[in-house]
Design a binder for this molecule. Structure first.
Ligand SMILES: *Cc1c(COP(=O)(O)O)cnc(C)c1O
Length: 433
C-alpha cells in the first residue's frame, strides 16, 4: 500500500515513512492511494467475528508484509479491553469506546500505533523519540500506549499548573521510557516548542524525532475497526438496517476513520458530525466555505478545535465534491446549555452517566430524531468515561461520581517530572541528555 500527501507535491511513499514522519514533508497529511473494498463474504458474516478478527482482516489490507502471528499479537495487545454497544432505546445505541487504560477512545489509536511502530523499528534496528504537546488527554493515551514499548522514548510537553490533578498524575507517573516536561507556559507554548523541536534539522538527525497526534495515519487505521464492530453488534441483536452514526468531533480523526470504513464497504446510512460551539465543519457543510478560527473553551474540551487537522483528509476522501460530502455527512453544533441538559436527561431517563463529549453526540442524535423520526437505528460513539469529567458532571447531576480503581491507583503514584521554562534551547538540551 502506498500513501500520498493531501498537498500532492511528493511522490507516493511507504507505511514506515508514514508512521515515523506523521506529517508529510510537504505539510500535507498522508492518505492511502486506494481504500480497499472488503469482500461481501466478510461483510455478511460480521456477527461471527470478534473485534480482533475484524481488525486483522482490515489491517492486512493496509499492512502487507507483516507476519500474521505478529499482526494478531499487535491487535491483541492494543485492543485488550471491551468495546460494548449499549442500547438506550429501541433505536438509540451508545458504543462505549472508553474502557481502555486512560478511559478515552484515544487509547485505541495510540496503543495500536505504538506497537506497530515498535515492530517496524525493530525490523530496521532504529530507535525513535516521540514528542507530544498536550492539554491533557492525548498525552496520557500516548504515554500509556508507548509505556515500555521497545525502541521508543516519549517526551510529553504539558502546561505547568494548567492540567487537572488527575491528568497530571496520568502524565507523570510512568517513568521508564516516558519523560514528562512541565512547561512554564500555556498549551500554545507547548505546541510551539514541539513544532520547533520537530522542525530542528540537527535534532532530527541526532534523535530521529516523530509526532504521535492524530495527524499520524497509524492512529486512524485502528479506529476504523470499531465501526465494523458496532455493526456486528447490531447484527447480533437482529438489527440489519444500516445505522446513522454520530461522531463527537474535534480534529475529525475519528470521523475520517468512519468514512474510510464506509468506503471499505461498511453499510452506514449517514454520519452526523457533532461538534460543540466550535462549529467550523458544520458551517462548512452549510455554506461550502471552510473558515478556521480561534477555538472557544467548552465543557467538552477535547473538541475545542478551531482548525481541525483532519479536514484535509475529509475533503480528499471525496475528491473535494461538496455534493458527495453532504450526501454522507450531516453537521450539528450543540450549545453548552443543551449539552448540560442532555447529561441531566440521560441520567434521569436511563440512570446512565455520560461525559460531556458523548452528550454532544446524543444531543445531535435527538436533533436528528426530531427532524426525521425515530425509525432508523442510531449509534452514538461515546468517546470518554464520565469519571474523567467528574468535576464538570457532579454540579450538573448533584451526584457523586466515583473513580474507577485504575484511576484511584494513579493518584497514589509518585511523579517523575522536570519543570522547564518555555525555551527551545533549554528543552532541546534536556532532549539531548
Ligand atoms: C479527542 C477527543 C474527541 C475528538 O476526536 P477527534 O478525532 O479529534 O475528532 C472527542 N471526545 C474525546 C473525549 C476526545 O478525547
Amino acid at each position: 500500500m502506498k500513501f500520498y500527501s493531501t498537498n500532492h507535491t511528493i511522490s507516493p511513499t511507504d507505511l514506515l515513512t508514514v508512521l515515523t514522519r506523521g506529517l508529510a514533508p510537504d505539510g500535507g497529511l498522508f492518505i492511502p492511494a486506494k481504500i480497499p473494498t472488503l469482500s461481501k463474504k466478510f461483510l455478511k458474516a460480521l456477527d461471527k467475528q470478534s473485534l480482533i478478527d475484524i481488525g486483522h482482516t482490515i489491517a492486512r489490507e493496509f499492512l502487507a508484509g507483516i507476519p500474521t502471528v505478529k499482526l494478531k499479537s499487535i491487535l491483541q495487545d492494543s485492543l485488550n479491553f471491551p468495546i460494548p454497544l449499549r442500547q438506550l432505546d429501541k433505536n438509540l445505541f451508545v458504543l462505549e469506546l472508553f474502557h481502555g487504560p486512560t478511559l478515552a477512545f484515544k487509547d485505541v489509536g495510540a496503543r495500536f500505533l505504538a506497537r506497530l511502530l515498535s515492530y517496524y523499528l525493530q525490523q530496521t534496528n532504529q530507535t525513535i523519540n516521540i514528542i507530544v504537546a498536550t492539554s491533557g488527554d492525548t498525552g496520557s493515551a500516548v504515554a500509556s500506549g508507548f509505556y515500555k514499548v521497545p525502541g521508543v522514548h516519549v517526551y510529553i510537553l504539558y502546561p505547568h499548573k494548567r492540567v487537572s490533578r488527575l491528568q497530571e498524575q496520568q502524565l507523570t507517573t510512568y517513568g521508564n521510557n516516558i519523560h514528562a516536561f512541565a512547561i512554564k507556559g500555556s498549551f500554545d507554548d507547548c505546541q510551539r516548542l514541539a513544532k520547533a523541536l520537530l522542525n530542528n534539522p540537527k535534532l532530527q538527525t541526532k534523535k530521529n524525532l516523530s509526532s504521535a497526534n492524530s495527524i499520524n495515519f497509524g492512529r486512524l487505521l485502528p479506529q476504523s475497526f470499531y465501526y465494523f464492530h458496532a455493526i456486528a453488534e447490531l447484527h447480533r441483536l437482529g438489527i440489519f438496517e444500516s445505522p446513522v452514526v454520530v461522531v463527537p468531533s474535534g480534529n475529525f480523526g475519528n470521523l475520517v476513520a468512519g468514512l474510510m470504513a464506509k468506503k471499505m464497504g461498511l453499510p452506514i446510512k449517514q454520519f452526523i458530525a457533532a461538534t460543540n460551539r466550535n462549529n467550523v465543519v458544520p458551517q462548512f457543510l452549510k455554506t461550502g466555505k471552510f473558515k478556521p478560527r480561534p477555538s472557544h473553551q467548552t465543557i467538552s474540551n477535547a473538541m475545542d478545535v478551531g482548525n481541525p487537522s483532519n479536514f484535509a483528509r475529509l475533503v480528499e476522501l471525496y475528491k473535494h465534491s461538496l455534493l458527495a460530502i453532504r450526501r454522507d455527512i450531516i453537521g450539528t453544533s450543540i450549545s453548552e446549555a443543551l449539552t448540560k441538559q442532555t447529561i441531566k436527561k440521560i441520567y434521569q431517563h436511563y440512570n446512565y452517566t455520560i461525559d460531556p463529549h458523548t452528550a454532544v453526540g446524543i444531543a445531535a442524535a435527538w436533533h436528528y430524531q426530531k427532524q426525521r423520526g425515530t425509525s432508523h437505528p442510531i449509534v452514538v460513539l461515546s468517546t470518554a468515561h464520565p469519571a474523567k469529567f467528574k468535576d464538570t458532571l457532579e454540579p450538573i447531576l448533584h451526584q457523586k461520581i466515583s473513580l474507577p480503581s485504575a484511576l484511584k491507583q494513579v493518584l497514589k503514584k509518585k511523579k517523575h517530572v522536570l519543570l522547564l521554562p518555555a525555551n527551545e534551547q533549554i528543552v532541546q538540551q534536556q532532549l539531548l541528555n
